[in-house]
Design a protein around this ligand. Structure first.
Ligand SMILES: Cc1ncc(C[n+]2csc(CCOP(=O)(O)OP(=O)(O)O)c2C)c(N)n1
Ligand SMILES: [Mg+2]
Length: 633
């Protein structure tokens, strides 16, 4: 007779979560310390009751927006290199729907995220319940079916008996390096409160081993043959290398065999920028050094990368090179017509290290030359000052964006200079968090770091509104570190709700708000493609040539209870950056930066976007010709 325990479904979930552990290289970590929730009628009674009155050790965090709280959880999991999660619980209907975007963020970035949205009554007696969608074509469809395209595992618990297999499958996916992402277990609100005799061992401590998948000897032999035939190989370090904690092996490998390495947004801070073979960010948002080397490379060795179009410059950056991929996921390893090693990054690189003995790449002084060219360019970017006739760094302006914004806000700082000042004045080991707008591009180029795992950029989905929640998630994961959110004004306006959660949790984060008067990078794209500015700047009526809105983000944040600073000049920014280090509370620095002063692309850092095939003006025609030539050659 198996022993059982009679508890509600809500209680069973909470008890189960409290007992899950993961083991990686023999090191055990408790997988769940707390959960995030916004209660509503779809979850406050069943699973909410279990949280409030049940027997468990989990902390309950109060979210302010379901998408925001899930962003906190994603960043937390990322900062923990996928070995800890914060499950998110929502009510039914809109609360659940708010988590769909975040589920996609997690899935795209291969980050474990466990979601428990409330669902409509399984019995269908209160029908339609408040917030029920009612799909006349299929009564089984609820709002939660919207999760299906964006999660790696979905289940709906319409009977308590179903819970055991749902939870075990959820764990199977969450801890699998090759297939992790968002997992959704929808909980009909009646079933949450139903009791069942669950097998007792479901609530016993369970340790899930995170596997380092070993490639075959044949894969290694073939890969080493390929590398040995290459004169100019280039390693690209992606997020998979970070989560596998392969940085030291890859760094030594590159030094030993004289192979330069570049990094993707997710791979940044896996290996110290002090490594002599370090180039920095690659691709559309890559720096001069990485893109110079990539252009002439004859072999690309992509470790744990998805090869997004930003990394490959829409497949134009290294189109003549052969590609070797090393990835735990066969799907990602099978891209770009590559030769592949399907396996854990660290394990694979250790094996490859041994197999390559005696090899040296053919680089002589190319790497140093590229590094020096970028150093010089960095210095130029770091010292661009405001002047009346300052030329835009990106997109030749036909309209008065910079002047009008100066007039409204007194902005005197360029974005590139502001970034360089921040790099210089904040702690070397600070965790920097961002996601969207022009900042990720600038940071992938300009942000070098010696400190391990100190760069937390969500650039898989590039979801506006991750930045502040993400900073909180990284701070919760690493309370001793300083955490900085790099947020555009557009992103701030879209979603900053978890700022209040950070205040509530007394989790100091510093928000560096870059106010450039609108959706800057999209305005650049629009205007440089020959379309006039429309609805991409924060002007009255959202039209060009009307005055800019004057928004004090410092005042907004002060209202929440933040310590705030405002900076329009270099002196003010330095003063604020230094002063805030002593502050104990959540900080926001409202930095007014000049539009069009972000970094541009280097060495064919081309990004394919949809263009009209029937141009209406010469600029559009030029853009179309450029697109055609890029795609052709
Ligand atoms: C949720 C979401 N909606 C829309 C976009 C498309 N988008 C990318 S960047 C951007 C503008 C960002 O503006 P801001 O945060 O001010 O950054 P800036 O480009 O001005 O530096 C938009 C609308 C997105 N990435 N995410
Ligand atoms: Mg902006």
């Amino acid at each position: 007779m198996i022993k059982t325990m009679r508890v509600s479904v809500g209680d069973a979930i909470i008890r189960f979560l409290d007992k899950q552990y993961v083991s990686f290289d023999g090191k055990e970590t408790k997988f769940v310390d707390g959960v995030f929730t916004i209660f509503g009628h779809g979850c406050v009674l069943g699973i909410g009751e279990a949280l409030a009155l049940g027997d468990h050790t989990l902390k309950t965090y109060q979210g302010k927006n379901e998408q925001g709280m899930a962003h906190v959880a994603i960043s937390y999991a990322k900062q923990n290199n996928r070995r800890k999660i914060i499950p998110c619980i929502s009510s039914i209907g809109p609360g659940a729907a708010n988590m769909v975007t975040a589920a996609a963020v997690a899935t795209v970035n291969n980050i474990p995220l466990l979601l428990f949205p409330g669902d409509t009554f399984a019995t269908r007696r209160p029908d339609p319940v408040l917030q029920q969608l009612e799909q006349p074509s299929d009564l089984n469809i609820t709002t939660n079916d919207a999760f299906k395209p964006v999660v790696k595992f979905f289940d709906r618990i319409t009977r308590p008996e179903m819970l055991e297999s749902a939870l075990l499958n959820a764990m199977r996916v969450l801890v699998d390096p090759a297939s992790t992402g968002a997992v959704c277990i929808a909980l009909p609100q009646d079933v949450q409160g139903e009791s069942y005799d669950f097998p007792l061992d479901l609530f016993e401590k369970r340790v899930h081993i995170i596997k380092r998948a070993t490639p075959t000897d044949e894969e290694i032999t073939e890969a080493s043959k390929l590398i040995k035939s290459s004169k100019k190989p280039l390693v690209i370090v992606g997020g998979g290398a970070r989560y596998s904690e392969a940085g030291d092996v890859i760094g030594d490998f590159c030094k030993e065999y004289n192979i330069p390495f570049a990094e993707t947004q997710a791979g940044k801070s896996t290996i110290s920028a002090e490594n002599p073979m370090y180039l920095g960010g690659i691709g559309v948002t890559g720096n001069l050094a990485a893109n110079m080397i990539a252009k002439d490379a004859d072999l690309i060795i992509g470790i744990g990368t998805r090869f997004s179009d930003f990394t490959t410059s829409s497949k134009t950056l290294f189109k003549d090179a052969k590609v070797l991929t090393i990835n735990a996921s066969d799907f990602h390893a099978s891209k770009l017509n590559s030769q592949k090693i399907v396996g854990d990054a660290r394990k694979s690189m250790e094996m490859l290290f041994g197999a390559l003995m005696g090899y040296k790449s053919g680089y002589t002084n190319e790497v140093t030359k590229a590094q020096n060219a970028w150093k010089k360019e960095y210095e130029r970017l770091a010292s661009i000052e405001y002047s009346e006739d300052l030329k835009p760094e990106v997109c030749d302006m036909t309209e008065s964006t910079m002047k009008d914004f100066c007039k409204a806000t007194n902005a005197r700082l360029t974005q590139t200079k502001a970034l360089a000042l921040i790099r210089k004045h904040i702690e070397e080991d600070a965790i920097v968090v961002g996601a969207s707008g022009s900042l990720p591009g600038c940071m992938q180029r300009m942000w070098d770091t010696k400190s391990l795992y100190s760069y937390n950029m969500e650039y898989g989905y590039s979801c506006m509104g991750y930045e502040i929640a993400g900073a909180l998630g990284s701070k919760l994961a690493n309370p001793k570190a300083s955490a900085y959110a790099f947020a555009g004004d557009g992103s701030f306006l879209m979603l900053h709700s978890e700022l209040v959660t950070a205040i509530q949790e007394k989790s100091k984060i510093t928000i560096l708000l870059f106010d450039n008067g609108g959706f800057g990078c999209i305005n650049n794209l629009q205007m440089s493609s020959g379309i006039s500015s429309l609805a991409t700047e924060f002007r009255y009526g959202a039209k060009s040539l009307t005055p800019f809105l004057k928004i004090s983000y410092a005042d907004v944040a002060r209202g929440y209870g933040c310590k705030t600073y405002a900076a329009t000049t270099e002196e003010e920014l330095i003063e604020a950056l230094e002063a805030q280090k002593e502050d104990k509370e959540v900080v926001l620095i409202d930095i007014k930066v000049l539009p069009k002063t972000m970094t541009g692309g280097y060495e064919g850092g081309f990004w394919q976007t949809g263009l009209t095939h029937e141009p209406r003006n010469p600029k559009q025609k030029k853009a179309l010709l450029e697109l055609k030539s890029k795609i052709k050659d």
